[in-house]
Design a protein around this ligand. Structure first.
Ligand code: NDP
Ligand code: OXD
Length: 306
């Protein structure tokens, strides 16, 4: 099994822990020019060269939930792509979204600014019912986030490609129901995969469909949002705030307008980190399932893009 996870070195913690979980399977850090004799590769943002040199690979296990970068490579036609499912990421997404939502709803940024001015000035309480939270993507992460937001009694809506039923969530599905979903939301959470269909989905017209004075929280992929359109709706006041963990270009270039916009809060793609212990357990389980000849968990539909 090949391991290609950023700057993987022989004897890394990943290699040691994987080897301990799968003692019968040799696990080698990928290097250019290795013999083409591996069945599985464990990868995060691998170079094209890996697949060019290892055309016999049967399975690529993505060490994250989103497979957009992996699927943009030229992959062996029959390669099965697996991805991490939750593996400790869902609860991280839930805490990130609840933090951003509550910070926005309770106007804590306003109070932080007031503190710096030495100003004791309470503001009127807001009506929770007036802040419905719409979640784009009701998959593994979106449904966990929905559950967490519900715990604070916000109305919760969700949008998916195919119809879903999630207890307590007003569910919408498909392109035909997107505008109605947006019109019923004031806070918008992006948890969609980046695919040919979802790229640029959150554009000016769709942001304008949201109820005014709301907040965009994007924790999925930067290219889901048209950043210049986001700037326009922040500047004209339709949107009050944006909390972004992901951007079209990462790392965000110096001087980019997002760094300094007063309504934008940024984090450097940390909303849900890959946790090694949980990931290793999920990989080991998938390998054992494969060895038993059973259907592999977390299989990505390559044509659909997620
Ligand atoms: P899932 O595949 O479990 O869920 C994806 C959801 O999006 C599903 O509900 C799916 O609909 C919906 N969807 C996909 N395409 C469309 C479409 N065209 N129209 C409407 N709905 C659509 O993914 P996860 O929840 O595991 O992860 C979501 C994304 O989060 C990842 O792809 C990744 O990009 C991002 N991510 C970001 C991280 C970060 O640190 N910033 C960390 C982890 C993930 P349906 O239910 O009908 O299939
Ligand atoms: C992921 C990510 O997709 O970390 O898992 O972005």
């Amino acid at each position: 099994m090949l391991l290609c996870n950023r700057a993987e070195r022989p004897g890394s913690a990943w290699q040691r822990e994987l080897q301990a979980a799968l003692p019968a399977v040799p696990i080698d850090p990928w290097q250019p020019g290795m013999a083409a004799e591996y069945d599985w590769a464990l990868v995060w943002n691998p170079p094209q060269q890996l697949f060019d040199e290892q055309p016999q690979l049967k399975v690529a296990f993505n060490l994250g939930a989103g497979v957009d970068k992996l699927l943009s490579l030229r992959l062996p036609p029959a390669l099965q792509v697996l991805r991490l499912q939750d593996a400790g990421m869902a609860v991280q997404m839930a805490e990130y979204v609840c933090h951003a939502l509550i910070d926005f709803f309770r106007q804590l940024g306003v109070y932080r600014a007031q503190q710096r001015q030495g100003l004791w000035q309470p503001h009127a309480a807001r009506e929770r019912r007036a802040y419905p939270v719409g979640i784009l993507g009701l998959g593994v992460l979106g449904t966990r986030v929905a559950r967490a937001v519900q715990a604070f009694d916000f109305p919760v809506l969700g949008w998916s490609r195919t119809p879903r039923a999630v207890a307590g969530v007003r569910c919408f599905a498909g392109a035909g129901e997107l505008d109605a979903f947006l019109a019923a939301s004031r806070v918008l959470v992006c948890l969609l995969p980046l695919t040919a269909t979802t790229r640029g989905l959150v554009d000016r017209a769709r942001l304008r469909c949201l109820q005014p004075g709301g907040c965009l929280i994007n924790i999925a992929r930067g290219d889901l949002v048209v950043e210049d359109d986001l700037r326009a709706v922040l500047d004209d006041g339709h949107l009050a705030a944006a909390v972004l963990d992901v951007m079209a270009e990462e790392p965000l270039p110096a001087g980019h307008w997002l760094w300094s916009h007063p309504k934008v809060t940024l984090t450097p793609h940390i909303s849900a980190m890959t946790l090694r212990r949980e990931a290793v357990a999920q990989i080991a389980q998938a390998v054992q399932t494969g060895l038993r000849g059973e259907a592999l968990p977390g299989l990505v539909d390559r044509a659909r893009g997620y």
